[in-house]
Design a protein around this ligand. Structure first.
Ligand code: PGA
Length: 260
């Protein structure tokens, strides 16, 4: 990865953990993260936001949410606004996760609106894009990634776009134990960086952090992070296991090993 981009490991706890377990896990991660590590964020369930915010106070570990509504307020029963997340202490919010797209009908147009709402409230969105297995097998990967990425960031002023982190999450690799090979990840990340350059120029593209997500674990993080366009990881299942997640945060690459 480029020295310009700070590596970033984000955990997505999804719909897991009650308050006691959430607090315990947040403490374990906070205690295990040291100076010089990658930037770390925990994207926790809404119910745990306040408790985890309190635990992370004064630590470098950031708080994130997993979704938001695009309106700033209103009669939207069961939804949550960007401003409310910022108020709860969030720095990050995941937008357009494939589970939201697939199970809750989120379209590219909705993802675009959510991205704007997050940025408007001062949050840094983690924008997820990725193809299904069927799309990959029918050679549609590049078209799908281009459509998802372009639709999401279209019309955003460059200074706002610069606050986005992208996440390449092939749907076939999420929660399946089947990870993209480092070569497959690199190919997709380089392609997304090219899309970023077309949208807002080389400076934007060079600064854009692109995370890989999909069955990231202690055993595959080093090889993924050794790829030049892989700037970090969005970790689901393994982010619930403190020892594994800390090992992911403490990844090593040949370049890092040579420095030590
Ligand atoms: P996984 O999930 O690590 O459990 O595959 C990744 C994600 O959904 O972000």
């Amino acid at each position: 990865m480029s020295p310009k981009r700070i590596p970033f490991i984000a955990g997505n706890w999804k719909m897991h953990l009650g308050l006691a377990d959430a607090a315990k896990l947040a403490r374990e991660i906070k205690d295990g993260v040291g100076a010089g590590d990658a930037e770390v964020a925990l994207c926790v369930p809404y119910t745990a936001l306040i408790v985890v915010a309190e635990i992370l106070k004064g630590s470098p570990v950031r708080l994130g949410a997993q979704n938001l509504h695009w309106e700033p307020q209103g009669a939207f029963t069961g939804e949550i606004a960007a401003g409310q997340l910022a108020d709860a202490g969030c720095r990050y919010v995941i937008v357009g996760h494939s589970e939201r797209r697939r199970l809750f009908g989120e379209t590219n147009a909705i993802v675009h609106k959510k991205l704007g709402a997050a940025l408007g409230a001062g949050l840094s969105p983690i924008l997820c894009v990725g193809e299904t297995l069927e799309e990959r097998e029918s050679q549609k990967t590049w078209g799908v990634l281009a459509e998802q990425f372009r639709a999401a960031i279209s019309g955003l002023p460059p200074v706002e776009a610069a606050k986005i982190t992208a996440a390449y999450e092939p749907v076939w690799a999420i929660g399946t134990g089947k990870t993209a090979s480092p070569g497959q990840a690199e190919e997709a990340h380089a392609f997304i960086r090219k899309l970023a350059s077309q949208a807002h120029g080389d400076g934007f593209a060079a600064g854009l952090r692109i995370l890989y997500g999909g069955s990231v674990k202690a055993e595959n993080i080093d090889a993924l992070m050794a790829q030049p366009d892989v700037d970090g990881a969005l970790v689901g299942g393994e982010s619930l296991k403190p020892i594994s997640f800390l090992r992911i945060i403490h990844y090593t690459t040949p370049a890092a090993a040579a420095r030590n």
